[in-house]
Design a protein around this ligand. Structure first.
Ligand code: HEM
Length: 195
């Protein structure tokens, strides 16, 4: 499968640690976000719509990061040069993530990988997967704040396959809730009892 070729994508592997978040906590978090079966259905539709657009989507997000020096910083080495290998490898995992958000069951394997993604933004694991020489930690505030970009910029891509405005709205609502769920789970890597 395509997944085999994504370097560092350890979803579902047995080396992956169990998330400290329980399935019950996940369930309560979903309820809090009001992520419901209708959202799940529209995420599946979104997955079909986005499947062949992931490269363009990531390029938009990358463009925003590159144009924002304090964010571009996290992909650069100590000399201020962009680590291109790092960017290429992370890009493939990012593309996979867009599809996973829409198509994967939110089960224990999925939960475990969310914690891993959280850790990969922190001192704990950033740079390790790709032996990169970039700064070792992304502040939590930027990860949360970047959801604005991820949620805003997805809309034109959702609109590209001829769905009605009503369906596009429902896909978008489902996407925004799903991203909020992901990022909230990632913040678990940044805090312990405060979570
Ligand atoms: C890694 C998503 C915020 C920089 C990743 C990955 C995903 C992702 C899916 C790859 C995970 C994997 O290894 O499978 C997101 C989303 C964000 C967000 C959805 C916000 C809504 C940020 C911000 C920065 C950033 C604000 C700062 C520039 C990075 C870097 C990596 C990464 C440098 C590579 C980490 C490593 O060394 O493994 N992100 N991210 N991300 N992200 Fe983010």
């Amino acid at each position: 499968s395509v997944v085999d070729h994504v370097a560092g994508y350890d979803y579902g592997t047995k080396e992956l640690a169990t998330s400290p978040v329980t399935m019950e906590e996940l369930d309560q978090l979903k309820q809090t976000i009001t992520f419901d079966p209708e959202d799940e259905r529209y995420l599946r539709v979104a997955g079909e719509v986005l499947e062949d657009q992931t490269e363009s989507i990531i390029n938009i997000w990358r463009g925003v990061i590159t144009a924002t020096p304090h964010l571009a910083y996290y992909f650069k080495d100590a000399q201020g040069n962009i680590d291109e290998d790092y960017k290429i490898r992370v890009k493939e995992r990012f593309k996979q993530w867009v599809l996973d958000v829409c198509t994967k069951p939110y089960d224990q394997d999925w939960l475990n990988y969310q914690h891993e993604i959280g850790l990969r933004h922190t001192h704990e694991k950033k740079n390790k997967t790709d032996t990169a020489a970039a700064p070792p930690h992304i502040p939590m505030r930027y990860v949360i704040a970047f959801t604005a970009v991820v949620n805003d910029t997805i809309k034109p891509f959702l609109a590209k396959k001829g769905h009605s405005l009503g369906v596009i709205e429902k896909m978008h609502k489902a996407w925004c809730k799903a991203v909020l769920l992901h990022v909230t789970l990632w913040t678990r890597a940044y805090c312990d009892t405060a979570w």
